[in-house]
Design a protein around this ligand. Structure first.
Ligand code: P6P
Length: 336
C-alpha cells in the first residue's frame, strides 16, 4: 500500500532541516518549536478577536479576575513567556518595547538573538483584516553573558531564521532558514501547522502593485512616474497592473510572495524614512522574499545590507518580484 501525501508538521520539517545541517546543535530547532507554541496561543486569541467587543473581554476583567490585555500586548507577553527560559537566547527585542528585553537572570543564556513584532497590523483587528506575527533570529555578536544592544543591531543578511504568520482566512506560517521558503497552514482541528507550500518561489515579474495611493501627494517625482508606468495600457508588457492594498504589510507581502508583483512603502515628504521598521518588518520579510528569488531594497540599497543604528529605525521598502523591483528602482533613480 503506498501512502501518497505525507503529513509534514512544522516540527517534523524543523527537525529534518536541522538534520540536513550536520553541525546543528538543535538550539535553533528548539527556538522554532517554542515560538510555534506561542503562535498557536496567539492564534487562539486572535481568532476570538471578533468576539472581544461582544463578550466585553478587552480592558475589563476576565472570569479569573485578570485584566485582559489588548491583543498586541497579549501576543508580546506570550512570545516572551515562551522564549525566556529555553536557554537558547541571550537577548530579545520586540516592536512593542522601547529597549532590548534581557533574559531573566534565573535562566541560562544561549547563542541566539530573537527580534519580533508580536502582532503587525493590529490596527486592522477591529475590521477583521489579516494581521500577523513576524520574527527574526540572529547569532549573538558579544562573546558571552547577557546579550546587548549590539547583538540586536545586526544587518539583515546575518539572519539565520526569518518567519511570519498571517492570521487570515486561514492561518499560515512561512519561514526560511536560508535554504528556501516553506509555508505551513494551521489545521485548527488538530492544532498543527502542516506543510502546504514547499519551496515557495516568487514569480520573476508580476501584475500587481501594492501601495497606499492616499500618500501620492507626498511622493517623489520618480515614485509618481513609476505608478503611472504600471497603470499604462501596454498588453505586451502585461500592463496595466492590478492595484491591491490591504493596509496590513504581512497580508500585502504574503500575496506578493505567492503571486508576484511589488509592495511599496516609500519615504515621502511627511515620513522621510518611510513608516515600516527595519528590524521588525523590513529585514525578516526581505530575507524571506530574497530566499524565494525576489528582491528587496529601500529604493537604492539592498535592505539586508543596511546596518541598523537604532532598534526602531524605519526604512522605505520596495519588495517583490525581482524584475518589478528593479524597474521601480530605475524610476526612483530618474533613469526612466
Ligand atoms: P498606511 C499597519 O498599521 C502597518 O504597520 C503595516 O502593517 C501596513 O503595511 C502599514 O502600516 C499601512 O500604513 O499608512 O498605508 O495605513
Amino acid at each position: 500500500m503506498s501512502f501518497t501525501d505525507k503529513v509534514v508538521t512544522i516540527e517534523r520539517h524543523i527537525i529534518e532541516e536541522e538534520q540536513a545541517h550536520p553541525g546543528a546543535t538543535g538550539q535553533l530547532s528548539a527556538i522554532l518549536r517554542e515560538l510555534t507554541l506561542a503562535i498557536k496561543i496567539i492564534y487562539r486569541e486572535v481568532s476570538k478577536a471578533g468576539l472581544v467587543n461582544i463578550l466585553g473581554l478587552v480592558g475589563r476583567e476576565n472570569i479569573h479576575g485578570e485584566q485582559v490585555k489588548k491583543l498586541d500586548a497579549f501576543s508580546d507577553e506570550k512570545i516572551f513567556q515562551a522564549m525566556d527560559h529555553g536557554g537558547h537566547l541571550c537577548v530579545m527585542a520586540s516592536e512593542e518595547h522601547e529597549d532590548i528585553i534581557p533574559i531573566p537572570p534565573q535562566y541560562a543564556t544561549g547563542k541566539y538573538v530573537l527580534l519580533f513584532d508580536p502582532l503587525d497590523g493590529s490596527s486592522n483587528i477591529d475590521v477583521n483584516a489579516p494581521i500577523g506575527t513576524i520574527f527574526s533570529v540572529y547569532r549573538r555578536m558579544t562573546p558571552s553573558g547577557p546579550g546587548m544592544l549590539e547583538d540586536c543591531l545586526q544587518p539583515g543578511y546575518k539572519q539565520v531564521v526569518a518567519g511570519y504568520v498571517v492570521y487570515g482566512s486561514s492561518t499560515m506560517l512561512v519561514y526560511t532558514t536560508g535554504d528556501g521558503v516553506h509555508g505551513f497552514t494551521l489545521d485548527p482541528s488538530i492544532g498543527e501547522f502542516l506543510l502546504s507550500h514547499e519551496n515557495i518561489r516568487i514569480p520573476s515579474k508580476g501584475k500587481t502593485f501594492s501601495i497606499n495611493e492616499g500618500n501620492s501627494v507626498n511622493w517623489t517625482d520618480g515614485m509618481r512616474r513609476y505608478i503611472e508606468h504600471v497603470k499604462k495600457d501596454d498588453k505586451a508588457s502585461g500592463r496595466p497592473y492590478t492595484g491591491r492594498y490591504i493596509g496590513s504589510m504581512i497580508a500585502d507581502i504574503h500575496r506578493t510572495l505567492l503571486t508576484g508583483g511589488i509592495f511599496m512603502y516609500p519615504a515621502d515628504r511627511k515620513s522621510p524614512n518611510g513608516k515600516l521598521r527595519l528590524l521588525y518588518e523590513a529585514n525578516p520579510m526581505s530575507f524571506i522574499v530574497e530566499q524565494a528569488g525576489g528582491r528587496a531594497s529601500n529604493g537604492v540599497t539592498r535592505i539586508l545590507d543596511i546596518k541598523p543604528t537604532a532598534l526602531h529605525e524605519r526604512t522605505p521598502l520596495f519588495v517583490g518580484s525581482d524584475e518589478d523591483v528593479r524597474i521601480c528602482e530605475e524610476f526612483l533613480a530618474g533613469k526612466r
